[in-house]
Design a protein around this ligand. Structure first.
Ligand SMILES: Nc1ncnc2c1ncn2[C@@H]1O[C@H](COP(=O)(O)OP(=O)(O)OP(=O)(O)O)[C@@H](O)[C@H]1O
Length: 227
């Protein structure tokens, strides 16, 4: 379980949130500038909160009290950015293996499995600038999972895609979460995407959570707190 209780002074307000994530998908919803990406950056270790704790399975990743700050490369947090952050001068294979320290039987097996799961076997020698948006998304997801993260953060991962590809990849993300069984935190502005993917929802407004919910998708439609 991931436990987050942090405060961070930002330009216009103070981010102040407390939540937990089990091995399922938590969706962060809120207007642009509400603080969603800042929460992900704090969990990944790319930003240091002013106060609070971030604890994963009893391992303290951040604590202002004990002055603990585990650096990003030691956190086992996969982060899929809005713009994918793939390397254009490398082919798909190199992108997926980037950052993996060991090439052995286990990692080779994982690589083959991810190619199959994400239907990208035929793309391994293709350069990134020759891929469609949906293919890039799959490669970025394979790269994030190849590092065998204990937590996966997804910042609007499907926002650049057409609606058919989006639906297809939503189903794949859900399936992969079911197989990996680690906490996923997903940021989206799209309510139908939130409903399709989320097990729980956290509504963020000016750095504060306005409501937390484990409502089923149908009931979620009527929730008045979105935004
Ligand atoms: N390191 C920082 N120091 C101070 N203010 C920051 C910092 N990073 C972001 N901000 C500000 O904090 C607020 C929250 O930004 P954040 O990127 O977390 O929002 P968001 O909800 O992810 O928005 P979007 O949906 O547009 O991506 C914004 O007003 C932003 O300008």
């Amino acid at each position: 379980m991931l436990q987050v209780a942090i405060k961070k002074k930002l330009a216009d307000f103070t981010l102040d949130v407390q939540f937990t994530v089990e091995n399922n998908i938590l969706v962060l919803i809120g207007h642009s500038g509400a603080g969603k990406t800042t929460i992900l950056r704090a969990i990944a270790g790319l930003l240091r909160p002013d106060e609070g704790t971030i604890i994963h399975n009893e391992c303290i990743l951040f604590s202002s009290t004990t002055k603990t700050f585990v650096p990003p490369q030691l956190r086992r947090v996969g982060y899929m950015f809005q713009e994918f952050a793939l390397f254009p001068h490398m082919d798909v294979r190199k992108n997926i293996w980037y950052g993996v320290k060991q090439h052995n039987h286990t990692t080779n097996e994982l690589y083959e499995r991810l190619l199959g799961l994400l239907h990208i076997e035929h793309l391994t020698t293709r350069f990134i600038d020759r891929l469609s948006g949906g293919e890039k998304q799959r490669v970025a997801l394979a790269r994030a999972l190849m590092a065998e993260p204990a937590i996966l953060l997804l910042d609007e991962p499907l926002s650049a895609l057409d609606s058919d590809t989006r639906l297809e990849l939503q189903a794949e993300l859900k399936k992969i979460q079911g197989i990996w069984k680690i906490p996923f935190i997903l940021v989206t502005h799209d309510i139908s995407e939130a409903k399709a993917l989320g097990d729980r929802f956290l509504f963020i407004k000016k750095g504060r959570q306005t409501a937390e919910s484990s409502l089923q998708a149908k009931e979620f439609l009527e929730c008045p707190n979105v935004g």
